[in-house]
Design a protein around this ligand. Sequence first.
Ligand SMILES: Nc1nc2c(ncn2[C@@H]2O[C@H](COP(=O)(O)OP(=O)(O)O)[C@@H](O)[C@H]2O)c(=O)[nH]1
Ligand SMILES: [Mg+2]
Length: 376
Amino acid sequence: MFKFLKRLRGEQASAVQSQALEQEVAVETTLDNLAPDLTAREDSPVEPPKSTVSVQPILADQAAAETEGQDHKAPDQAARPIQLEAVELPKRSLGSGVRSLFGEAVNIDELEDILIMADFGVEVAEEITAQVKKDANKQGASSDAELRLLLKDLLTERLNREDSALNLDDGKLPYVFLVVGVNGAGKTTTIGKLARWLKDGDWEVVLGAADTYRAAAVDQLATWADRAESPIIRPAKEGADPAAVAYQTVEMAINTGADIAIIDTAGRLQSKKDLMDELGKIRRAVEKQAKISEVLLVIDATNGQNAMSQARAFTDVADVTGIVMTKLDGTAKGGILYALQKELDLPIKLVGVGEQINDFAFFSPEEFAKGLVAKK
Ligand SMILES: Nc1nc2c(ncn2[C@@H]2O[C@H](COP(=O)(O)OP(=O)(O)O)[C@@H](O)[C@H]2O)c(=O)[nH]1
Ligand SMILES: [Mg+2]
């Protein structure tokens, strides 16, 4: 599991602060500094009480965050160091959200067609099938179970990337996530689930309803904000400037000492230029105060090959850092995930496997591949 840095709060925080002030130590916040502590923790047979988890003084000087074009509003932030702690987010699982490719025993002669039907794409299907055949010959694998295992291992290996974790670990708070994608892709739902998940991990979250064109969209995010017990910045009126909402969301996160601001955007795609202008304006508004940690592109897996052209429309105009693939539960065409990650050369970071609050997870190549080859 990934470990992420959030603000240390409460008594622990004040204890660390006074300790830090006495010693007048300021430690650069990098994962390297944390590494020895984390290793020690993992190796210890009994988990130490929470108060000792990461109570070495890790101080991040927020005002010193060397983000380009940064223009921090709150001057007192400069004097106040932020203390961070490394945490894991609660476990969520893909569960049975991924549909198997095989209704019957694996027949290697049908594999290519099955992969094509699952939207892996023709070339990929051909290439994977050839590789499975080659490996099967080499290892003398021929039983159903052996072939499933071969395919699972192959897919897992090929889907594995170093950059699939969310960018929540550079310690420059608040982290800001922009969430983009066409209408109906699952942006608002994903934000709600993500906010609840972070909240369960004791993070403080602020949501921004920068999809200002439809009152219903704002209300929908507000409902999720309630479920996630997190504040929301709403536009003053329908059609208000999305960039202003984004600005205020980050401002609130800074002023309340929240860990993360997540900004919902409109999915209008009238023209590339409009989209670029709007997202560019939001980006600049955010960057007046903080760095953007993630631009998450939400893609509906049930759109099959259309998902690819949709994704391109966004990756061409926004600096997308990761993909959220929703509605995997609703499709037998899970191969689109593979095709997207490869063709766009962007990591799938999160997946949605249902409409309920816990129906999503970090993308795990192994869990996903297991789901694809599972026996029904
Ligand atoms: N089955 C399923 N439905 C989803 C998932 N994510 C979102 N939805 C549904 O998709 C619809 C559109 O979602 P919404 O978040 O409003 O999309 P937005 O327009 O991009 O904000 C809603 O009915 C959601 O409940 C998912 O992972 N699985
Ligand atoms: Mg929405």
